[in-house]
Structures are given as structure tokens and as C-alpha cells.
Design a protein. Structure first.
Length: 525
């Protein structure tokens, strides 16, 4: 990148997409409304600010030696410059409002704007968790009603609403299991079984809670090896963490048999509910012997997803684990709602393992999720699952002739279609297909997961995509897959039309540059 007389750096010979399609290079580096944007440090300078501020008067510090001794080093921009900078950056990001988001196991579905409107009502958006209970009766009513829906849809006894995300919910469920085992004097049980077809966070959660983790293999058809699991059961087993539908996009049809076997040796069954979107309204996990299951509100009930939050992962519990649920929780006494926050406040909840968060959870997510549920009703939620499964099977069958589908013979898939890079010529891989999809205007699907499939490509279309949208994505993925099978060398350097070319992702992960430094060569000029 070179500096011209104005200080602008438009030339990117290594990444300039214009040169690849015969179009002339532009002075700015822009291609019409595909805008090139420099770093904020390259636009502004650390010597200026966006506004004129008088020097602060000398005062006695109260920071006790923690005051700053050097400039903060942030570039100063005027307001229009700052707004334009971040708006241009936002245009380089992919979002569910731009197109289909095919991430497998992530259920990136449309967020209805009605839900957003409800969450922004002052009675929900402007409240504080420390307000007097009498002044937030409407908000507590929302939490209570949502809890009732979650318990009903899952066939469970109770629900803990406070966990903030899926993995947080997993920890909640495992801590409930731990508390239950200790309460009956069986804290010596220290092993959690985790099938290969489970989500990757499951073993991490069990280990974090102090358990040893042992793998259970998958069968050739992509499901839990029930015989292997039963053979490992014994007095040291605290429980099993199983994902259903699993990460191969298949329903674990032996789950009830597995639950009965685990219960027979005194263990508990945790079900990862990240994929509940595929079975909501169709299957109640409680009927399958599940003792605890988290529900990602952003996956099944359309609350915003990504960017680190705000997430919400309520955990439904069986009658055996309900007494150990974390505080706080909402109860209805007559026409009044109360927030139970002390372990001894109610005799029926004096075995709680304690708190997981300071307050009751994500109010905005609760409001959005309940709005979604009430908009659909029971029959609508059932159709959500049916359409999600239909869309995934449509994708699977339309692509299985050009992409290897390792479990296509295991029957219909559930919410996601799983492919592999088997059949690609030497030198071509899943990564090349993913990068090629970026040039087609799509965020790539989940790649290299689940680990039981080499070069995995996991596609989840969700129920909110139309047939036309699916056909466009299928056409793009078919095109890129055929290019890979034909040995098209241009795939090895894709993406060509993105703001940046292909990165060395290994080096980026091992040696990330976390702070900007002015290049020495540029400073000399």
C-alpha cells in the first residue's frame, strides 16, 4: 500500500479486485459503492481531536498512582469522519439482514422486527434490576410467562432463567447435577460421558465443573454408539451430555433407551438444546428422560445472535433436579409476582446451588422470545421445526450429487445438511469452497465441524428462508463445488472480490497483531 501526496493509500496491488476482472484501478481503491476503508489511525492522527477542548485545570489526583503517564494514543476524528468510518466498516460485514446465513449448528434465523419493537417499549427497555418489585410487575410477568412456555414445550418440571448463553446454561445444568449427587452423598461420581456427536462446548463445560470427560464413539451412521455407552456405565458415572439433534444433523433416536440406562446406574442426562429449533413443538425432551437442557433463545426463538451477546440460555430441569436450580426465580402469588432471591426464602427451593449471575437474566431477550412465541402459537412453533427440517433436506438432496454427504444414507436429516470434501482433487479442500462462497456474496457455512467428518461442511438454512433464497445459495455452492472438482486454480486464491484477500489464517491465529504501530517505512516517507 502506497502513500500519495494527500496521505491516502488507495493502491492494493495484492488485493485489488478490479485488476482481476479487467476493470481499471480507481484512485480511492473504491469500486463504486464497494468502499475501501483505511484503519482509523491512517485516517486521523493522535495529535488532534474531533473537537476543541480547553486544557484541564490542575487538580490533585485521587487515582493513587494509577493515573495515566502517557498519551492514550487514539486517533482523533471529527464527528462526520467517525460516523463515515464505522458505517463503511459495517458495509464490509455480513449479516442476517443481507442474506442467508448458513452456519451449521448456529441457527442464524431472521429476527422479526415486531420482537424488536416490543423489547424497546419503555416498560421493558428502561427498567433497572434493582427497582422495587412492585414497579416491575409487567417485566416479571413476561419472565414468568416465558418460563411457563419453555417448561410446557420441553415437558420438564422447572426452568432456570438467569443463564446468559448456551455454554453458561450447560454449566448451570452440570452444577445442578453436581449438587444433586452431593445431596444424596454421591459426590464421588466424577465422570461425564460425552459422545463424539455432541457439541464441542460439552466436554469443556464438564471439565470446568471438575469432572473427568470420556468420549463415546459414533456409529458409522453418525449417531451415538449406544452399546459402547452402556458398556461404560458404572458407579463412577455422574451423567452423560448428549446433543439431540446431534452435530451430524441427525436425531438421536435411542435417547430414551440411553436415559433409562444412565438413570439405572444413578446418573443424570444432560441434553444440549442448541438444536431445539429442529424439534420444538414436535418432541418434548422430558419425555425422552432428559434431566437438564439449555435452550438458546437466539437459536430457537429468534432473539439476536452474534457479536458476543446479549445471549440467553434458560435451562429446563426435571423433577429430580428442580430443587437445585440457581436463584433468582420468579413466582406468582395470587395476582402478584415475586422475585425469590434467597436460598432460604422458600422451603421448596432451599437446596439451590446458588447464583450464576447478579440478576435475573436478559430482559430484552426474554421479551423478544415471548413475542416470537405468542406470534406463532403452539401450531406455529410446530411448523417452525417442520419447515427447518424441510429446508435442510432440500439443501441436502439438491447438493448430494456434487458434494459428498456422508450420512445421506442414514435417512432424512434434521435441521442441517452435512457434507465433506471427499472427492475433491488433491490440493483442494473445504477451505477453498468456503472462500469461493465469499465471492458469491455468502457467508460460508460452518467448516471442519463436526470433527467426526473430514473436511466437514455443515449447512443450516433455518425455516425463515424462502425457496428462492435457498435455490440461489444452492446454485452458488454447486458452482463453487464443481469448480473445486474441476481443479479450478482461481479457487486457491479466493476470495477475489472481498475487501481483503485470503489471509494466512494459521499465522493470524498464532501471531495476531493486536496493536497498531505506524510502519517504519511509511514514517520515513
Amino acid at each position: 500500500m502506497n502513500i500519495n501526496a494527500s496521505g491516502w493509500r488507495p493502491e492494493r496491488p495484492d488485493t485489488d479486485a478490479a485488476a482481476l476482472d479487467g476493470a481499471p484501478a480507481t484512485f480511492t481503491g473504491n469500486r463504486a459503492l464497494m468502499l475501501e476503508e483505511a484503519l482509523i489511525f491512517e485516517i486521523g492522527t493522535t495529535e488532534t481531536t474531533g473537537v476543541d477542548i480547553e486544557a484541564a485545570p490542575a487538580v490533585t489526583t485521587r487515582l493513587g498512582g494509577l493515573e495515566r503517564h502517557a498519551a492514550i494514543g487514539l486517533a482523533g476524528l471529527a464527528e462526520p469522519e467517525a460516523v463515515r468510518h464505522y458505517t463503511r466498516l459495517s458495509r464490509q460485514n455480513y449479516a442476517i439482514d443481507l442474506g442467508l446465513f448458513p452456519l451449521g449448528s448456529c441457527t442464524m434465523k431472521h429476527n422479526p422486527r415486531l420482537n424488536e419493537k416490543m423489547a424497546r417499549l419503555p416498560g421493558f427497555a428502561d427498567i433497572h434490576p434493582l427497582q422495587p418489585v412492585d414497579s416491575v410487575q409487567g417485566a416479571l410477568a413476561v419472565i414468568h410467562e416465558l418460563a411457563e412456555w419453555l417448561v410446557t414445550l420441553t415437558g420438564m418440571k422447572a426452568v432456570a432463567m438467569s443463564p446468559k448463553a448456551g455454554a453458561h446454561g450447560e454449566l448451570c445444568g452440570i452444577l445442578c447435577i453436581k449438587a444433586a449427587l452431593e445431596a444424596r452423598g454421591e459426590g464421588h461420581r466424577k465422570v461425564i460421558l460425552v459422545p463424539e456427536s455432541a457439541h464441542g462446548t460439552n466436554p469443556a463445560t464438564a471439565a470446568f465443573a471438575g469432572y473427568s470427560v470420556e468420549d463415546i464413539p459414533a456409529t458409522p451412521e453418525g449417531r451415538v454408539d449406544t452399546a459402547a455407552l452402556k458398556a461404560r456405565l458404572g458407579p463412577d458415572i455422574a451423567g452423560v451430555m448428549i446433543t439431540n439433534p446431534n452435530t451430524c444433523g441427525l436425531f438421536e433416536r435411542d435417547l430414551k433407551e440411553i436415559s433409562d440406562a444412565v438413570h439405572a446406574v444413578g446418573g443424570y442426562v444432560y441434553c444440549d438444546g442448541a438444536n431445539f429449533n429442529a424439534i420444538v413443538g414436535r418432541v418434548r425432551p422430558g419425555d425422552l428422560g432428559v434431566d437438564a437442557m439449555h435452550i438458546n433463545l437466539h437459536k430457537t426463538f429468534s432473539t439476536p445472535h452474534g457479536g458476543g451477546g446479549p445471549g440467553s440460555g434458560p435451562v429446563v430441569l426435571s423433577a429430580a433436579l428442580a430443587p437445585f436450580a440457581p436463584l433468582p426465580f420468579v413466582e406468582k402469588e395470587g395476582d402478584h409476582f415475586v422475585l425469590v432471591e434467597e436460598e432460604t426464602a422458600q422451603d421448596h427451593h432451599d437446596q439451590s446451588f446458588g447464583r450464576m449471575t447478579a440478576f435475573h437474566g436478559q430482559m430484552g431477550m426474554f421479551t423478544r422470545a415471548l413475542s416470537y412465541i405468542l406470534s406463532h402459537g403452539a401450531d406455529g412453533l410446530r411448523q417452525v421445526a417442520e419447515d427447518a427440517v424441510l429446508n435442510a433436506n432440500y439443501v441436502l438432496r439438491r447438493l448430494e450429487d456434487v458434494l459428498d454427504a456422508p450420512f445421506a444414507g442414514s435417512g432424512p436429516c434434521m435441521h442441517e445438511a452435512l457434507f465433506s470434501d471427499d472427492g475433491f482433487p488433491e490440493g483442494f479442500s473445504t477451505l477453498d469452497v468456503a472462500k469461493g462462497l465469499i465471492d458469491e456474496g455468502f457467508h460460508p457455512m460452518t467448516v471442519y465441524f463436526p470433527l467426526v467428518v473430514h473436511g466437514a461442511m455443515l449447512v443450516e438454512p433455518t425455516e425463515t428462508e424462502s425457496k428462492a433464497a435457498l435455490d440461489q445459495f444452492i446454485g452458488a455452492l454447486r458452482s463453487v463445488a464443481l469448480r473445486a472438482k474441476a481443479g479450478d486454480a482461481t479457487l486457491k486464491t479466493a476470495p477475489h472480490f472481498a475487501p481483503r484477500a485470503r489471509l494466512d489464517e494459521t499465522q493470524a491465529a498464532r501471531k495476531p497483531v493486536l496493536a497498531w504501530r505506524e510502519p517504519v517505512a511509511l514514517a520515513a516517507e
